[in-house]
Structure formats: C-alpha cells, structure tokens
Design a protein around this ligand. Sequence first.
Ligand code: NAP
Length: 314
Amino acid sequence: MPARLLDGAAVANQIRAELAPAVASFSSRAGRPPGLGIVRVGHDPASEFYVRGKLKSAGEAGLRSDLERLPDTAALADLLALVDRLNRSDAHDGILVQSPLPAAMGEDAEQRVFDVIDPRKDVDGFHPVNVGRLVQNRATLAACTPSGIIELLERSNVPIAGSRAVVIGRSDIVGKPMALLLLHRHATVTVCHSKTADLPGVCAAADVLISAIGRPGFVRRHFVKPGAAVVDVGTTQVTDAALVDRLFDSASSRRQVFARRGALVVGDVHPEVAEVAGALSPVPGGVGPLTIVMLLKNTLIAAEQRAGGAGGAG
Ligand code: NAP
C-alpha cells in the first residue's frame, strides 16, 4: 500500500489560519504589526527565491517585513553594523540573515553574525543562548525547519513518544535541533552523519526517519522499516537529465516538470520509498512550507515576548 501523504502545505495552512487572529490581536494592542527584518547579502539566486517567499508570506500574514540588502562586496563589519541597527529597532521583533553569505566574508561569518543577533529577536533560533535553551528544553525560539517537522508529525498523528527516531544529518540548523526536539518529546533518537557505519541498517530500525543531507534519492527502500514515517528535508536543485530519469519513472509528473523547466528540486528520499513507508512527506510541498510558517510564528512569539518584557502590548 502506498505511503500516506504527510502534507506539509496543508499543515502550514492550518498554522497560518491559527496565526491570523493572534497577529491581528497583537497589532491592535501594540499599535503596530509584528516586524521582521530580513538581511540579504549578494545575489545568490536560490536565496533570492527563498527571501521573496518569506517576504510574501509575512505580508500575507499581516506582518511588517523589510528587506535590507548588502552587495556581494560588503565587508563583515557592514553586515554586523546592519544587524546592530536592527537589534536596536523598535519596529523589528525578528531578524533573519539569509544564508549563504559571500565566501569572501570568511568561513566563520555566519556564526559571527548569529552571535550578535539579539537572542530575543533570533527568529531562526541559531543564537547560542537559544540553542542552549533548546538543549535544556525551555526554548521559546527554536529553529524553524525542525519545529515545522514536529508540527507536521504531531498534526498528522504520527506517534513520537516511545518511538525510535533516526535523523540523518547533524547540521546546526536541521539535524541537531531536530534530534533535540524529538528527544524532548520522548523519542529514542539516533543521529547519523557521513561517518556512520551501516547507515541503512541504523535507519531501518526507525519508526520515524528524518533525512536532512541534501543528496537526491539517497534514502532507498532498504533504509526504511515497513510502515515507518519518513520526512524528507532535502532540497537539491537537479539539472542532470540522466539523474532525473534514474529517479523518476516515465509516468512521473516530476519528469514533465523537469522537461518544462530544465531543473527540478529533488529530496533525499528515493521515490521507491513510498511503497514501503507508512507515511511520507513529499518534496516539494512537505517541509518547505512549514519552515516559512514557523518563521512567521517565531516572529509573533518574539513580538509578544518583547512587548510583554517592555510592559507594553503583551
Ligand atoms: P548541511 O549543513 O550541508 O549538513 C548536511 C549533513 O548531512 C551533514 O551532517 C553531513 O554529515 C550529512 N551527510 C552528507 N552526506 C551524507 C551521507 N552520504 N551519509 C550520511 N550523512 C551525510 O545541510 P543542512 O543545512 O542541514 O541541509 C540539509 C538539506 O536540507 C539540504 O538539502 C537543504 O537544502 C535542506 N533544507 C531544507 C529546508 C526546507 O525548508 N525544506 C530547510 C533547511 C535545509 P557530516 O556532518 O558528517 O558532514
């Protein structure tokens, strides 16, 4: 039997509908909408796409969102000064610096930027203070993608407590916070990475399998316990026609999309997994829409906390 769809787009719409009255209520109490400052450095085309999506969603949700741009040639000091200005802005409750930063800014540039964002405005949940709170299970601002995956699992009635969960990938933005969120919900969690021995065997014990590595079609049928819930976080832009032909059979609508556009966003999970998994999130339409809606939710949370802390509108 084919896997049940874990419909990220539908869950994102549900959350968006729940946010609307809360955003309206904040705006009327505070006399201003929750505000999000997005910083973009350079001209990476994928970032352009993501930033446009975030601005559009924020506007539709009744948030104020401002895009601050810096050129490719900007120095790290310019970026840190811009973040400092947003830290001091009363109109901005959330700050997001879009990755990747230009290589010329240096290898540790992202970490240095995350370190200076006011933790109260850190809607990505990347500041060490918020990461520490997540470790201690008292986070109020946690990373958007893993938080969205928890919403997807819970609202799709996938049991987490007591389950064996395997997370493939150990990045600071997805794998590690994902493992912590699952652990706090009483899953028994294993984190895998590029040095894991017998990765398929480890994955095959999972009731909940989450792949966040960015390798198209990497997770094959034999990685998956029959009936397991599988969440595909990977998003890789594929332009190689031979790879698309290998991954998708000739009847697949994905091939038609590729033929039209010459490129296709492909997840980590091979299509054959749908035949063995009990539930599966698609790419696109799975985790992506949830990441954006959790950013909006975090901005509202940050706004309410700031207003409450200032004795104002909270
Ligand atoms: P990342 O920082 O590049 O981390 C990738 C992780 O995957 C690393 O821990 C790496 O292991 C592991 N890995 C790579 N190859 C592997 C292999 N062959 N076997 C086992 N583990 C392997 O990536 P990320 O930022 O976490 O993102 C992961 C994917 O999720 C990307 O495709 C990204 O585009 C996507 N993503 C999607 C969303 C969304 O909203 N849909 C949001 C965020 C990310 P090592 O640590 O050992 O190197």
